[in-house]
Write a protein that binds this ligand. Structure first.
Ligand SMILES: Cc1cc2nc3c(=O)[nH]c(=O)nc-3n(C[C@H](O)[C@H](O)[C@H](O)COP(=O)(O)OP(=O)(O)OC[C@H]3O[C@@H](n4cnc5c(N)ncnc54)[C@H](O)[C@@H]3O)c2cc1C
Length: 439
């Protein structure tokens, strides 16, 4: 049976196994020569490919009873699994929550918000599995917001010999930073403990269009306007079609009348101009729980556009102006393939394989049309353009980088290889993706 990723642009190598218990999962790992985990399958490349067992821990995930469907995001080849994992454990003293790794953010954040807590940060969609998002350094937006993995304080990892190892930020310090963005190379992450914050409301207002040249000049100021700010352009017409301002809400919050001269849209809009915004979270400045506003897309709907291929570069924020000029320069060549392009800010973190390792970044993201050949043809251009600005690609999206450059860009790569040898001496969790880019 062919198992495809969410976007349908990649068929995974490996034989799907869906253990119904941790013991079964341990048995699969111990019996297999090669193993990889798959999460919610929202990556766009071969990062999860396995030379033998492709393990989905979906059956062990927690599902919130009120979130019965995450839209039509079940990929081809996967029969729907009804998660039957235990409720997350929220520690009232520390505010930390322990949750099964395969749990989707949508379920976790609803659980937390019913108890007066939430997560400080979310990606553009809440459909992702927590462990899968951590593994690739998934991020949201906001000059002060680091990768989602920065909230992790504990990881429980099923290792190659079938035994469970627990790492905590408090006791394992440096090694914990190595294990957060793991690319799935250390084992199956069965549970994750995360910091939570008191629940808060967010109001989302979308502005536009803003002139491209004004964004280039005003990027830093615009990025500082809210808790999370995203700017979208189709690279056509020298404009950013939309500027998404997400403000932590209190009644005294003032909402700018315009941003870079662009007014607020009077109706809901989608990041891709002309697409029905029904799958977007509420806008128009209406406050609501952070879990329903920080993502652009609603948990109960298909996110984004569905038929797409994504690519993204993370570039030091100090070079944001150069990155925006370079993006403008690419328009003539790539605009025909672009559905939309999102520019965001992300704060530095300590994870060894995080693209934001010890550097604040600007993210330049592309939602391309789902034409693998045409998109593949422009990837070297993206690498040449953003690699020259010390940018690195998102691990979970498509890219065609210079492997030597990529290896050199991660100063803790050798420490990560050491960690891999410690967790997985036989290379059970190794695959071609790791051989190509990391080993
Ligand atoms: C519509 C859309 C919007 C997106 N928006 C964003 C965004 O806002 N920000 C961003 O940074 N990215 C974004 N992404 C990319 C996505 O967040 C990452 O690719 C993420 O890693 C996907 O998580 P997943 O659970 O689907 O993992 P998968 O794609 O299934 O797997 C990714 C990696 O995680 C590993 N893995 C999965 N589960 C486990 C486990 N239990 N134990 C060990 N390893 C595991 C896999 O082996 C693989 O290496 C988006 C993707 C889509 C489709």
């Amino acid at each position: 049976m062919t198992v495809r990723n969410w976007a349908g642009n990649h068929s995974y190598a490996g034989t799907l196994v869906s253990p119904a218990s941790l013991d079964e999962a341990a048995d699969v790992v111990a019996r297999s020569r090669r193993v990889r985990a798959i999460g919610s399958r929202h990556s766009f490349n071969d990062i999860a490919d396995s030379e033998q067992a492709l393990v989905s821990l979906d059956a062990l995930a927690y599902r919130h009873p009120d979130i019965t469907q995450h839209g039509s995001d079940a990929p081809e080849g996967i029969s729907p699994v009804v998660p039957a994992g235990p409720e997350p454990e929220l520690d009232p003293t520390t505010g930390r929550v322990r949750v099964a790794g395969a749990t989707r953010y949508a379920d976790l954040v609803r659980f937390l918000e019913e108890r007066g807590r939430t997560l400080a940060n979310l990606a553009s969609l809440p459909h992702l599995a927590v462990a899968g998002a951590l593994a690739t350094g998934t991020h949201g937006s906001g000059a002060g917001n680091p990768i989602l993995g920065a909230a992790a304080t504990g990881l429980e990892i099923l290792t190659a010999n079938g035994s469970l190892r627990t790492l905590t930020r408090d006791t394992d310090g440096d090694a914990f930073d190595g294990a957060v963005v793991s690319l799935g190379a250390l084992g199956l992450v069965t549970a994750v403990t995360l910091e939570t914050v008191p629940a808060f409301d967010v109001a989302q207002t979308v502005y536009g269009p803003a002139r491209f040249e004004d964004v280039i000049d005003g990027f830093e100021e615009v990025s500082a306007l809210g808790y999370s700010v995203s700017l979208f352009t189709t690279l056509r017409g020298q404009v950013f079609d939309t500027v998404w301002l997400k403000q932590a809400y209190d009644p005294a919050t003032t909402v700018p009348a315009t941003i870079l001269g662009a007014p607020a849209y009077p109706e809901k809009v989608h990041p891709i101009p002309g697409v029905d915004p029904g799958n977007c979270t509420d806008q128009l400045g209406v406050p609501g729980p952070a879990g329903d506003r920080l993502p652009h897309f609603r948990a109960d709907q298909l996110p984004s556009a569905g038929e797409e291929i994504q690519s993204e570069y993370l570039i030091p924020r100090a070079r944001a102006r150069e990155a925006l000029l370079a993006l403008d320069g690419l328009a003539g060549v790539i605009a025909g393939l672009v559905q939309t392009c999102e520019v965001r800010s992300i704060a530095a973190d300590g994870a060894w394989l995080s693209p934001m390792h010890e550097r604040d970044c600007v993210a330049v993201h592309f939602t391309f049309v789902r034409d693998a050949a045409a998109v593949g043809a422009v990837l070297p251009l993206l690498e040449a353009t953003f690699g020259a600005l010390d940018g690195v690609p998102h691990w979970g999206k498509v890219f065609d980088a210079d492997p030597a450059r990529l290896r050199a860009r991660y100063p803790r790569r050798r420490d990560f290889l050491e960690l891999m040898r410690d967790f997985d001496p036989q290379g059970t969790f190794t695959n071609d993706f790791l051989r190509r880019w990391v080993l």
